[in-house]
Design a protein. Sequence first.
Length: 260
Amino acid sequence: MSDGKCKHCGQETQDITHVLWQCPAINKHRKIHDLGQIDPDLLPNYIKHGVPKAMTSNVEATYWGDTEEEALLNKPQDAHSNPITNETKQQIGLQSNNHYKTIASCKNQEVKDFMKTVDLDHKIHNARQCFEAVKATKGQPHMPLPFRCRRAPPPDINVYTDGSWIYPLKQFLGIGGAGVWWPGRDPRVSHRLSQAEKELAHYQQNEKGLMLYTPIGGYTGSSTRTELAAALIAISANGPTHIGTDSQAFVTKLTKLYGT
């Protein structure tokens, strides 16, 4: 029969929360020491016992959706007067000062506005469902083809391409983009945009040249694929191209295909 004391440290305990979060004999073996900064009284029971819920889409709340006031309600009555430390706020997803709270509020409104456009409810749907909508293809797959060019490419680079992919090891978070820069090009004067360019990318003109760019979503992306996407946008222009790229994988593949 139990005497109500922890067999590891000898302190009085009422449930498994002591062993998981408060026992000094157990805590000294933690490999992630930041967890020792969290006040377990602020955590819902399912979090304390290792059964997390889906991450909320509310940027101003904890990772599980509680506001700072709601998190304080989890604390025992005799501990309500103790404020949440900045270390604990950072660990559970809350902002530590007014500057970051303002940023979080603005970002949260952006998330709400976006979710409305894709028929998601900010109060019901979680962060993963929101991000899936960001990454999803917005229409039917379509690959417009440029007109065949029979002219020789210029001796100097006339277009630069680049692509990137963030969070490559996190399938549900990974997202990328492809960009193309045409120095000195102005479609309003000459070298008009092709129909393929208009369908593949957004474009923006400034005094130094023309930018084309597009997001890359999906769940099997990589930096090499975004580099290839940028190259496809570049060769979709009317006329010959001499591409400048920083992707060795892209250069190696093209060299193998064309032998030059």
